[in-house]
Design a protein around this ligand. Structure first.
Ligand SMILES: [Zn+2]
Length: 348
C-alpha cells in the first residue's frame, strides 16, 4: 500500500516531487533570458542527400532525424516513436484520449528538444482545471523520455480540447548543469497539441515553427519545420513554399513512411540534406537518492510526523511505477548524512 504524502496540502508522488524540485530550484517569477535559440549543427559525417538516397520502405522507429533545406534558412526534424511510447505508457491504464495526447506530446517533446543547444531536459506540461489535472512529458538531450498523466473521475467521451478547458501550458528547460532553469507559462491556444505548441513558439519564442503530429494505437510520429532567423535573400519564399508542401502530408504518411521516404515524397523538388539518426527511448530518471534528497526538503519534523503516523514513508514514481520506502532507520540516515542512502531500492 502506498501512502500519499503532501506538501502544503497537495498530495504528491514522485511526479510532484519533480515539479516541486523544479519550483524550488527556480524563481518562477523571473523568466530567464535563455531562449529556445536554434542551434543548427551540421555534422560532417553521417549525412545524406535525399536525391542520392536509395528509396526504402523499411521503417526505422524510435529514431529522430534532423534535416536542412540547402540554401534556405529552414531546418526540420522527423521522428516516429513505437517502443518508447509503449514502454512509457505501459505503467498506467490511461483513458484513450490521454494516451493519444501523451503519445503526441512525447513526439513533440523530442522534435523540440532536438532544436535546442542545451544538454539537460525539456519538460512539457499541460495543466488542466477539470477532469484532466496534468499531462507531463520529459525529454532529455539524449532523447530519453518519460511521461505521465493525472486525472480525476471517468474520462470517456470528452475530446482532448474539452478536457483542456481553462488549462495552461508550461514549458521548462532544465539545463541540469547548474545554469538557470527557464520556464514559460502560457494559456492554451489551439485545437490540437501541434497548434498549441506552434502558437507557443510563435508567441513566446518568436520562432516560426510548424509541427505535424499523428498517432495510432501503437505508434506516434511527427515532423517539425523551423525558420531560422536569418532568411537568405536569394530564396525569400522558401519558408512559405516548404510549409505549403509539408501541409500536404497525411497522417498515414507520417506514421508509415521512414524519414527519407517521407521527405522525398514531400520535398523532392527541394534540396534536402538528412543527418544521422539519433535513437530515442523510454528512461525514467527517478532514483532512491533523488527521492531521499527531495524528502530532506520536507524537513525532520515533517518526516518524523509521517513516520509516527504511518511507520514508514513510501514514495511512488508515477512515471515508471517504482516505489521507494524509507523506514525510521533510513530516515535517520537520510537526515544525518548528505548522500548515502543504502537501503533496498524498491519497496516491497
Ligand atoms: Zn521513475
Amino acid at each position: 500500500m502506498l501512502y500519499p504524502l503532501s506538501y502544503e496540502g497537495i498530495p504528491f508522488s514522485a511526479a510532484y516531487y519533480k515539479l516541486l524540485s523544479t519550483i524550488v530550484k527556480i524563481n518562477p517569477h523571473v523568466k530567464s533570458s535563455a531562449s529556445l535559440t536554434p542551434a543548427l549543427r551540421v555534422p560532417t559525417n553521417g549525412e545524406s542527400r535525399l536525391k542520392s538516397c536509395a528509396m526504402t520502405t523499411f521503417t526505422h522507429t524510435d529514431q529522430l532525424k534532423r534535416f536542412i533545406f540547402e540554401n534556405s534558412a529552414v531546418r526540420g526534424n522527423h521522428i516516429q516513436l513505437e517502443s518508447t511510447i509503449q514502454e512509457a505508457l505501459a505503467h498506467h491504464a490511461y483513458p484513450l484520449v490521454l494516451r493519444n495526447a501523451l503519445s503526441q506530446l512525447m513526439v513533440a517533446s523530442a522534435l523540440l528538444a532536438a532544436t535546442l543547444k542545451m544538454q539537460g531536459s525539456l519538460v512539457l506540461q499541460i495543466q488542466g482545471r477539470g477532469k484532466l489535472k496534468l499531462l507531463v512529458v520529459e525529454c532529455t538531450a539524449q532523447l530519453e523520455m518519460r511521461a505521465t498523466a493525472k486525472w480525476s473521475g471517468e474520462i470517456a467521451d470528452e475530446s482532448f480540447i474539452e478536457l483542456l478547458a481553462l488549462g495552461q501550458f508550461v514549458i521548462t528547460l532544465d539545463p541540469k548543469d547548474g545554469k538557470q532553469t527557464y520556464q514559460g507559462i502560457v494559456p492554451i491556444e489551439g485545437q490540437s497539441i501541434a497548434e498549441i505548441l506552434q502558437n507557443y513558439m510563435q508567441r513566446s519564442e518568436q520562432i516560426e515553427t510548424r509541427i505535424w503530429l499523428s498517432n495510432n494505437s501503437t505508434r506516434a510520429a511527427g515532423m517539425l519545420l523551423q525558420k531560422l532567423p536569418e532568411q537568405l535573400e536569394q530564396d525569400a519564399d522558401a519558408w512559405n513554399r516548404i510549409c505549403h508542401l509539408a501541409d500536404t502530408v497525411t497522417e498515414n504518411e507520417l506514421l508509415d513512411l521512414d524519414a527519407e521516404s517521407l521527405l522525398y515524397r514531400l520535398f523532392h523538388e527541394e534540396n534536402v540534406r538528412v543527418f544521422e539518426a539519433q535513437t530515442a527511448r523510454f528512461k525514467c530518471s527517478c532514483s532512491r537518492q533523488n527521492v531521499g534528497n527531495m524528502l530532506r526538503m520536507l524537513g525532520a519534523e515533517e518526516i518524523h510526523s509521517i513516520l509516527a503516523e504511518l511507520g514508514k514513508i513510501e514514495v511512488h514514481c508515477d512515471f515508471c511505477n517504482t516505489a521507494y520506502a524509507f523506514d525510521a532507520v533510513d530516515a535517520t540516515q537520510l537526515l544525518t548524512t548528505e548522500t548515502i542512502i543504502t537501503a533496498s531500492a524498491v519497496a516491497h
